[in-house]
Design a protein around this ligand. Structure first.
Ligand code: GAR
Length: 204
């Protein structure tokens, strides 16, 4: 089967990108190939991870491009250039407009560090999600991989995994546990699932 071409969109440290690159190496991600990494942040360490793995990286910075429309046009151009068929948001901290997400129905995945519908939507990203979970006092949190549509964190859920909160957790400690126990497993698994599905559709 011809591999599905994947573009990974990042903004920061890129540990989820690393999990995808490792999954490609180990064969967990067998039906997809990461062909491009797009970073919204020129300083993202994720770009170094991409370079180390020999995957091309490009920067599309909303700040530098000046508007959401110019930002999304730059992303679209990069995606067209590499022939991407599936987009994976791996710690991507910008919200994509309805005009953009409509062009990729069931073709954009996102990993979110909570059990949606808890602690999600506008304003809930990165460490803020874990701060909110600890402030509320929930005893179980987790991660979700879902399709991206026009509603932030509102698309169809693909996979979820629960992670227990321990006494004395800080947001940083909890973030790490959620990544290790849930995100780094779920994201490669979901990416393989959809890559395979796209591959099958192409051969039909
Ligand atoms: C991850 O926990 C990811 O789920 C979260 O940011 C972190 C990025 O880490 N994403 C969001 O909050 C998106 N709404 P990484 O750069 O090491 O993958």
């Amino acid at each position: 089967m011809v591999k599905t071409k994947i573009a990974v969109l990042v903004s920061g440290g890129g540990t989820n990108l690393q999990a995808l690159l490792d999954a490609q190496q180990s064969g967990v991600l067998r039906d997809g190939e990461i062909v491009l990494v797009i970073s919204s942040n020129p300083k993202a360490y994720a770009l170094t991870r991409a370079a180390q793995a020999g995957v091309p990286g490009v920067v599309c910075s909303r700040k530098e491009l000046g508007s959401q429309a110019a930002f999304e046009a730059a992303i679209s151009q990069a995606l067209a250039g590499c022939g991407a068929e599936l987009l994976v948001l791996a710690g991507f901290m910008s919200i994509l407009s309805e005009a953009f997400t409509r062009q990729w129905p069931r073709r954009i995945l996102n990993v979110h560090p909570s059990l949606i519908p808890s602690f999600c939507g506008k304003g809930y990203y990165g460490l803020k999600v874990h701060e909110a979970a600890l402030a509320y006092g929930v005893k179980v949190t987790g991660a979700t991989v879902h399709f991206v549509n026009e509603v932030p964190d509102g698309g169809e859920i693909l996979l979820q995994k629960a992670v227990e909160i321990q006494p004395g957790d800080t947001p940083e400690v909890l973030q790490r546990r959620v990544m290790e126990q849930a995100e780094w497993k779920l994201l490669p698994q979901a990416t393989q699932m959809i890559s395979e599905e796209i591959g099958r559709e192409k051969t039909q």
